[in-house]
Structures are given as structure tokens and as C-alpha cells.
Write a protein that binds this ligand. Structure first.
Ligand SMILES: [Zn+2]
Ligand SMILES: [Zn+2]
Ligand SMILES: [Zn+2]
Length: 147
């Protein structure tokens, strides 16, 4: 797997470093999104003296290179998630248990058509993240209160 990650990083012209590979490995082993602090705690097992700013910087660079996804949470905390599904899709994130699920359906295709016909413009890319409560949390009568 580390080999695959190296290839991905090289393709994106991102330097392959042991720390970056370790971050990707940590995120891959999780089905939930993690905060930089949580990634840091796990990384410290391998890199005892690594500082939190280094983790922040690496996560930011990986997200900008689209290797990992940044999750914007209504609690304003930043989280990151690694998805290996390379087809066009969107994420349904659970605000309570932090589970992430892929939604293969994209309703923004219609919007792209309208931007073309009504505005004579062209959409190059779009970001859509859907926030809610997953079925398990609903079963447990989970709730999420903003703020
Ligand atoms: Zn949930
Ligand atoms: Zn995904
Ligand atoms: Zn889409």
C-alpha cells in the first residue's frame, strides 16, 4: 500500500516523505474523519518528536493536492479523511459518530447544464459535502445540535 501512496504522491508532484506516507496510512485505517490532533497522537508512536504544526502543514498539503479530503464541520474544527474511491462522488458525513459514506449520485450535473445555458459559463469543478446523521446514529436516537 505504501508503494501505491508513493506513486500517488509522485503523480501529484508532492514529495514522498516517511511522514506523509505514515499520515496516509493512519487515515486509510480509519472509517471516520480525524482531527489533526488525533493524527498527531497516532503519528507520535512512529515519530516521537514530531510537532503539531508539521502535522497541520502536511495535512493541508495533502488536501490541496487532493490526496485527502478536508471535512468542514459545523463545529468549525478541521477534519481530514482519505477516500480511495476515484470516481466522481460526494460524501455524506455523520456529525455525531464521524462516519463517512460515499454518494455516487451527483445532482449537480443539472446545475452544470444550467450554468451553460443560462449564464453561458462553464463549471470547472464543484465541492459538495452533505452533513447529517447516519442510520446507526438515528437508530440510537442520536441528535446533533449546532453551536
Ligand atoms: Zn453516525
Ligand atoms: Zn469517498
Ligand atoms: Zn458532483
Amino acid at each position: 500500500m505504501n508503494k501505491e501512496f508513493s506513486v500517488t504522491l509522485k503523480e501529484l508532484k508532492l514529495k514522498v516523505t516517511p511522514k506523509r506516507l505514515a499520515i496516509l496510512e493512519i487515515l486509510r485505517n480509519e472509517s471516520v474523519y480525524l482531527s489533526p490532533e488525533e493524527v498527531w497522537k497516532k503519528l507520535k508512536k512512529q515519530f516521537k518528536r514530531i510537532g503539531l504544526p508539521t502535522v497541520y502543514r502536511n495535512l493541508d498539503e495533502l488536501a490541496r493536492g487532493n490526496v485527502i479530503s478536508q471535512v468542514s464541520h459545523p463545529n468549525r474544527q478541521l477534519y481530514y479523511y482519505l477516500c480511495l474511491n476515484s470516481s466522481h462522488h460526494h460524501h455524506f458525513i455523520c456529525l455525531s459518530c464521524r462516519n463517512v459514506e460515499d454518494i455516487e449520485f451527483c445532482m449537480l450535473r443539472e446545475l452544470e447544464k444550467r450554468v451553460k445555458t443560462e449564464l453561458n459559463g462553464r463549471i470547472v469543478s464543484h465541492i459538495l459535502q452533505v452533513n447529517g446523521l447516519c442510520r446507526n446514529c438515528l437508530k440510537k436516537n442520536g441528535t446533533y445540535h449546532e453551536g
